[in-house]
Write a protein that binds this ligand. Structure first.
Ligand code: DMJ
Length: 638
């Protein structure tokens, strides 16, 4: 039997005409579009939304350009994707709302212009699957936010040790108590005469503000939070915390050193958060981190040294030749910025510092060395001055510490560190006629036989890196670290006050002594004591504790004044001339390293913590543990 198609009747037999069918289909597709569109207006937590939309689609995507980082931060969350500006590549597409931190490998690939969008989504799905299951013990916390309990569960040891690091030996404990007393004395005087200012002027009994922090205040408070906390000075710590709560104003409009604000304020707030879990510190540091981003808006992404925290405008130091940026400044952001990404779940901070790393990796290095000045416009070196002291120092420190802080996964940092160290050994490390090992400075191939106090941190740095280079070089590095630390100790013992000068030389007949009047001062710097602390932890040779105690006695005798501690103008004369300044790093670093030197190793164990260059402890990021839901309930009790 043959069915014949009747005119105007559909084959389905529903009796609809072609035009009616078209109207019906139009209505149906409109309905579907409407329903799907409505998904965008549902809150992120609604399951239906998560089924239909991938995470990247639920987040706004904005575009980075030269001067607009701050603008993006102000944009309302639901503003949709934007087209990249002319000249921008898709690799610059970023979401400034929460995103999981990305792995080093993924970041490197993205910076290399590779699979930009895929890379952004890869680690996310991993995090999501882990955190989606984390809800039962999260107390309802957003699975995409940093989970403090989980972080504590990933530490190998309690941060403050069994008994707050109290040593069993009574003499060592007495020394530790003395250092605690020094901290309390320094703090009490700051509080009494300079509360809320950046530093104390102990002779004139007033506060110092200075021009390094762009109108930010309370540098001594932020720098002291973790020191007070680990020393158990809780009343003082609570005063400091209350000040942060009520008076730390980040809406300043002044010109700040990106480096100083990063190492003291960002580092100090991060440490305070990781040690205490107080959300206050986290929200403050997130706010501050965002304000620093515009400094990276240069043609190369190498930040300039100075930034106006209000407007976001940045420029180079007037004294830095040809508008260059300083190696020790742009190279000392990595630890803090990786943690900013970790806490915010926003990869932008890690990307900024990985971009610096990538440029430094690519650029040709004279004899494998990293000169101190680089143009943020051309990306080329501006001068060939190389130093392990001022202008270069903490760049090298952050390479090895980036590797350690990444739980030894950041292989690129490791390669760069050992490459740099090899070049330093080949070109800068010298032996004096008297047998002292030192690090000279290098000026386009000509050696300047001078070592700055700042360069004395390198004993500790080479020590903590000894385990991870070539195995046959382990002992060699430990010996080198011990020799450098010995030389720096000599620079102290060869002075009348037993404190070391700002710079000491190995020419003109002298060894480890300052020959120029202008190098004879000591401003309460920590570097020599910092190396004692690391060398003690690595070797347990009692001489390091003895050397530390010599420094305590000298500080007490020459730097303690009626209302605080002060630097001195000449370490070679017993009639002290004080500089009237109690530097904030004295509270943050010098006294903290002394306290740790006289404590058991389980106070801030090196298995879990790295210290930023201002001695603020930052935890090692154990990605595998943080992403493993099985560990989330394991909290460390103290
Ligand atoms: C501190 O602010 C830091 O250690 C920095 O890396 C170098 N200078 C001072 C202390 O001397």
């Amino acid at each position: 039997m043959v069915f014949r198609k009747l005119p105007g009747v559909s084959a389905s037999g529903m009796g609809l005409r072609l035009s009616q069918k078209f109207v019906f289909l139009l209505f149906l597709s409109g309905l579907v579009t409407l329903c799907f569109g409505a998904l965008f207006f549902l809150p992120d937590s609604v399951r239906l939304k998560r089924i239909f939309l991938s995470k990247t689609e639920t987040q706004p995507v904005t575009v980075g350009s030269e001067n607009d980082a701050r603008e993006h931060l102000k944009r309302p969350k639901n503003q949709g994707g934007m087209t990249p500006a002319k000249g921008e590549t898709s690799t610059k597409l970023k979401s400034l709302s929460r995103k999981p931190p990305v792995s080093y490998e993924a970041t490197e690939e993205r910076l290399a212009g590779g699979r930009a969008q895929e890379d952004l989504t890869l680690p996310r799905s991993k995090t999501e699957s882990a955190s989606a299951k984390a809800t039962s013990s999260d107390h309802g916390a957003n699975s995409d936010t940093f989970n403090y309990n989980k972080f504590r569960g990933c530490l190998l040891k309690p941060p403050l040790g069994r008994d707050n690091g109290k040593p069993s030996d009574p003499k060592t404990n007495e020394r530790r108590e003395k250092v605690k007393e020094m901290m309390k004395f320094a703090w009490d005087n700051y509080k009494r005469y300079a509360w809320g200012k950046n530093e104390l002027r102990p002779l004139t009994r007033n506060g110092h503000i200075g021009n390094m922090f762009g109108g930010l205040r309370g540098a001594s408070i932020i720098d002291s939070l973790d020191t007070l906390y680990i020393m158990g000075l809780m009343e003082e710590y609570n005063d400091a915390k209350e000040w942060v709560q009520t008076s730390l104003d980040l809406n300043s409009n002044g010109e700040a050193s990106l480096f100083e604000v990063n190492i003291r304020y960002v580092g100090g707030l991060l440490s305070a958060y990781y040690l205490t879990g107080e959300e206050l510190y986290k929200s403050k540091v997130m706010e501050l981190g965002e304000k620093l981003l515009p400094a990276f808006n240069t043609p190369t992404g190498i930040p300039r040294g100075v930034i106006n925290l209000g407007s976001g405008t940045s420029w180079s130091w007037g004294w830095a030749s040809a508008g260059s940026s300083i190696l020790a400044e742009f190279g000392t952001l990595h630890l803090e910025f990786v943690h900013l990404s970790e806490l915010s779940r926003n990869p932008i901070y890690t990307e900024k510092v990985m971009n610096i790393r990538k440029l430094l990796n690519k650029i040709e290095k004279p004899h494998g060395l990293y000169p101190n000045f680089l143009s943020p416009v051309s990306g080329n070196w501006v001068q060939h001055h190389v130093s392990i002291g001022g202008l270069g120092d903490s760049f090298y420190e952050y390479l090895i510490k980036s590797y350690l802080m990444s739980d030894k996964t950041d292989g690129n940092a490791k390669t760069m560190y050992y490459g740099a160290l090899e070049a330093i050994e080949a070109n800068l490390v010298q032996k004096s006629p008297g047998g002292l090992t030192y690090m000279a400075e290098w000026r386009g191939g000509i050696l300047d036989h001078k070592m700055g106090h700042l360069a004395c941190f390198s004993g500790g740095m080479i020590g903590i890196g000894a385990d991870d280079g070539a195995p046959e070089k382990r002992q060699h590095y430990l010996d080198l670290a011990a020799e450098i630390t010995h030389t720096c100790h000599e620079s102290y013992t060869r002075s009348a006050t037993k404190l070391g000068p700002e710079a000491f030389r190995f020419d003109g007949g002298g060894e480890a002594t300052a020959t120029r009047l202008s190098d004879r001062y000591y401003i309460l710097r920590p570097e020599v004591i910092e190396s004692y602390m690391y060398m003690w932890r690595l070797t347990h040779d009692p001489k390091y504790r003895e050397w530390g105690w010599e420094a305590v006695e000298a500080l007490e005798q020459h730097c303690r004044v009626e209302s605080g501690f002060s630097g001195i103008r000449d370490v070679y004369t017993m009639t002290a001339s004080h500089d009237n300044m109690q530097q904030s790093f004295f509270l943050s670093e010098t006294l903290k390293y002394l306290y740790l030197l006289f404590s058991d190793d389980d106070l801030l164990p090196l298995e879990d913590w790295v210290f930023n260059t201002e001695a603020h402890p930052l935890p090692i990021i154990r990605k595998s543990c943080l992403q493993d839901e099985a560990t989330q309930d394991k909290t460390v009790s103290e």
